[in-house]
Structure formats: C-alpha cells, structure tokens
Design a protein. Sequence first.
Length: 422
Amino acid sequence: MAPTDETGQAAQNPSPFDTTPPTRPPAGGAAVPGARMPRWLPRAMVLAFTLYGVFQLGSWAFHQLIGLLINILIAFFLALAVEPAVSWMAARGMRRGFATGIVFLAVLIVSAGFVTLLSSMLAGQIIKMVEGFPDYLDSVINWINTHFHTELKRVDVQEGLLRSDWLRNYVQNSATGVLDVSAQVLGGLFQLLTIALFSFYFAADGPRLRRAICSVLPPARQAEVLRAWEIAVNKTGGYLYSRGLMALISGIAHYILLQFLGVPYAPVLAVWVGLVSQFIPTIGTYLAGALPMLIAFTVAPWYALWVLIFVVIYQQFENYMLQPKLTSKTVDIHPAVAFGSVIAGTALLGAVGALVAIPAVATLQAFLGAYVKRYDVTDDPRVHGHRGRGAGPGLLSRARRLWVRRPGGAPADVGEPGEGPS
C-alpha cells in the first residue's frame, strides 16, 4: 500500500531520473489560473463583424440601386438591338456616334408619330362616344322595356346615376389621385430618358467598352468575351426580328377583321394591336384588344363581341402554333425553354424580365453549347420512343397472368405463346 501524507493523499515518489512528474489537469474542466485568450480569436471576431457589416451595407445599396440596375439592363439589350444598324453605317465611313444618333432619331420619330396619331384617334372616338351615349342609352332602355315590360325612362336613369354614391366616390378618388398620376408620369419620363442615354452610350461606345473589358483579361478570356458579345447581338436581333414578324402577322389579321366589320381607323388599330401585344409582356394582349373593342362598340355593340372572340382565338393560335415556331427558328431555343424563361424572368424582374428573358437565355445557351462535349447517340429503338422486344411482357400479358393465378383458375405455369413458364 502506497504511503500517504497528513492530508490523506498518496505521497508522490520522486522520479528515479530526478524529473518532475506531469501535473494532472484540474478536475471538472475548470480553467487553469493564468490562461490567456488565443491571439487569433479577437482578430477573427473583428473580421466576422466587418464581413457582416459589409454584407448589410451591400444589401442596402443593392436594394437602393435595383431600379438603376434594371434600367441599365434594359439599355444594354436595346444597344445590342441597334448594334447591327450602327455597325453597318459605321463600316461605310460614318462616325459611330452620328450613326447611333440617326438610329435613335428614326426610332423617336416613328414612335412619336404613332403615339400622336393614336392619341388623336382615341380622343375623337371618345368624343363620338360621349355624344352618342344618350341615343345608345335610349336604345338599351327601349329594349329592356320591350322584353321585360318595364317603364324605365332615360331621365330616371340619369338622375339615379348622378345621385349615386359610387359616382361621387369615384370623382373624389380621381381628384385626389391626379397628383399621384402626375408623379408617375414624370417618373416614367425620367426612366425613359435614363434608358435612352445609357443605350446611346452603349451603342456609340461599343468598341471602346469591349476594349476596356478585354484589357483586364488574358488573351484566351478576351476571345470568349468577344464571342459571347457577338452571340448576344445575334440572339437579341433574332428575338426582335421574330417579335416584329409576329406583330406584322397580328396586325394584318386584325386589320382584315376590322375592315370587314367597318370599324373606323382600322389601319391604326391594327398597328396598335400588333405592337402592343408583342412588345408589352404579360398584359400586352389585353391592352391591345381593349382599344379595338372600344372603337367597335361605338359602331355596334355586337361588333365588340366579335372582336373579343377573334382576339381570344387568335391569341391561342399565336401561343400554341405561331410563336413556338418563330421563336425556335430565330432564337434557336426550344418552345418549352422559351416559355419557362419568360415565367422565370417575370418572377425575378417583372415585365422587364419577361421582355429580356428569351434573348438572355438564348445567348447563354449558345455560349455554353460550345463547351459541352457531345457524343454520338447509340442506335437503340428506345431512343426513338420504341420499346424493345425483350423489354418484358406487355400490359395485357401481365393482366392475363394475374387472372390465371386466381384460385380455381388455370395452372400458374400457363404462359403466353412464345413465353416460358411463369
């Protein structure tokens, strides 16, 4: 038994080599007196707090600048769209800035002329509707009195409408919303000006911008950037070409209908339907069809119904037959991919995302296609959707086997002709 000292603990025998035995760690995980914090811990804490602060600052700045970033994205795609025309004029000796100004001026003149003509037409039709509203109201009242045996009068209807709370509330809300509408109009004009300026600079200084980007990249990366830029120009131009072609077809189809019904201003309405339905995503179809229906209503109420039916039928034809074919030919992406990219772009960036989703996905697909290694497909019937002969019994054969296995049925080893026992 080991000798103990006065405290009852075992006495520590000196080491035969005159060395001090190692000290045991304190019981219960207590800290050793005099222990210091690791030197890296304060610096790690400072670094963590710094990164968190930078992340919060970047997140706040991104949310504040999201509107500007979207405008720059739109301006970039517009610059890609006018790039072929600007490059064509610049290759023939014209200064690039002057060529860009000519292209933008032509677009501005065409847009302003179309908006002016459409506004005058719409104002004239509204005045005509207001002037002819009493006659139309009389015809509606006579029809109701004839079929329902009532004694309605136009004076009673007008007084009831003027004294209604709905009209009073509508007028008050319209009066208070004038300032909001004015602010939105001014904001929209400023946004259009911002997009136009960035588009002009991107198109006019395209070569300088490409040189600035390539100057910070190695030669191999420079070739990839220039190739991606060229693909983006081609795909954006192809997308606008397909949209323009669909706008032309839509305008011709609606012009034939409106001219057949005798609706006034049929050419202008046809151009309106073609442009708005193709270049305003998501709600463009409804905006495009509402104006022809309104003008047709001034001619005859039933004409508005015919226009509505034609718009719905043509929209289905365009969505399921015309648009997939043209988009797959000009942008070279699958119709399902085009439809999914529009949905994804709408979910991310709204109407802007729906507008730029297809050319962006087409550019990315064409660029990545050069780096994906492809192999020859084996000559297997299953590749073409045909089932092999040795793929197993068919549905009828398996159902017959289950039937013969029932109690009292045929023996279980009875199989189909040409098959072994089950």
